[in-house]
Design a binder for this molecule. Sequence first.
Ligand SMILES: NC(=O)c1ccc[n+]([C@@H]2O[C@H](COP(=O)([O-])OP(=O)(O)OC[C@H]3O[C@@H](n4cnc5c(N)ncnc54)[C@H](O)[C@@H]3O)[C@@H](O)[C@H]2O)c1
Length: 285
Amino acid sequence: MAKIRVGVIGCGAIGSVICKAIDADEVSGRELKLGMELKVLIDTHPERIEELSKSLRKKPDIIKSDITGLDEILEAVDLVIECASQAAVREFVIPALKKGKDVMILSVGALLCDPGLLEEIERISKEKRCSVYIPSGAVAGIDGLKSGGIGGMHSVALTTRKPPLGFEGNEYVRERGIDLHSITKEKTLFTGSAREAVRHFPENVNVAASLSIAGIGSEATRVKIVADPAARENVHEIEAEGEFGKLFVRVENVPSVANPKTSYLAALSALATLKRISSSIRVGT
Ligand SMILES: NC(=O)c1ccc[n+]([C@@H]2O[C@H](COP(=O)([O-])OP(=O)(O)OC[C@H]3O[C@@H](n4cnc5c(N)ncnc54)[C@H](O)[C@@H]3O)[C@@H](O)[C@H]2O)c1
C-alpha cells in the first residue's frame, strides 16, 4: 500500500516528536506501524528545521521557511499537520483543504479565537470531502463528551491547577495584585466561561477549545483556574453531566522537554491520531 505523504508545519516541541516518530516509525522503541513518509517540513525559523532534519534518517524532499510556492508544495502531500501557531491554522490549513488535502490541527485555540474560522474549515472540508483531525491534546475524556453529547449534555466544567509560579507574567493575575509568592494554599484565580478564560489565560486556550468544540460550546463550558502549591505540573480536571450520567477525568501532565508550556501528552495525542488514521481497527469514539 502506498505510504501517506505528510507535510509538517512547525518544528517545535510537538512537530519534532511527530517528525521523529514518522521517520523512525517508532517512539521510545515502541513500533508505530504508521506507514507514512515525511515529505515537507516548514518553519519560520530555518535553524529549527535544520536542527530537526539532522536527527531524521530520511530528509524531507521540501524544506521551507516561508509560504512561497505553497500550492505546489501541497501537491507533494496527502496530509498536512499544523503544529505551529494559531496564525498558521488560517495560513496553511485553509489552502490545504482547498487543494483537497486532509489536515490535522494542533493549535486548536485558533478555532475559538479566530471568528468564522471553524465554520470556514467545516464548509471547505465538506465541499472537498477532506478529513480534519483535532487530537485530544493535553486532555482526556473527549470520547465521553462526544458520546454524552449525543444523548444530551447538561454541563461541562474544566478546572486547571498549576503551581502558583506557573502564572508568573500573567496580565490578569498582575492586574489583580495577586502575589503568587505568598500563596500557601490553593487559590482560585478565575471562574467564568471558556470564552472569557482564553482571553485572560491564553496558555489554556487549546484545552478550553478542545473541550468546547467536543462538548457544549465556549459560552456554556465553565472554567476554573487554580494556583495550587500542591500541584507539581499542569493538572486538568474535567467534570461533565448529561443524560448518560456523570464523568470526571483528571490528567496530571508531564511537560515536554523542548517546550515546558506544552504537555508531552499533546504530542502523543497527535501520534495516536496518526495511528488511528493508518489503522483499520479504530478503538474509542
Ligand atoms: N491541542 C493541544 O492541547 C495543544 C497542547 C500544546 C500545544 N498546542 C499548540 O500546538 C502548537 C505547537 O506547540 P509547540 O509546543 O510545538 O510550540 P513550539 O513553540 O515549541 O513550536 C512551534 C514552532 O512553529 C513555528 N511556527 C510558528 N508559527 C509559524 C508559522 N506561521 N509558519 C511556520 N512555522 C511557524 C515556530 O517557529 C516553532 O518552531 C502551538 O500553537 C500550541 O499552542 C496544542
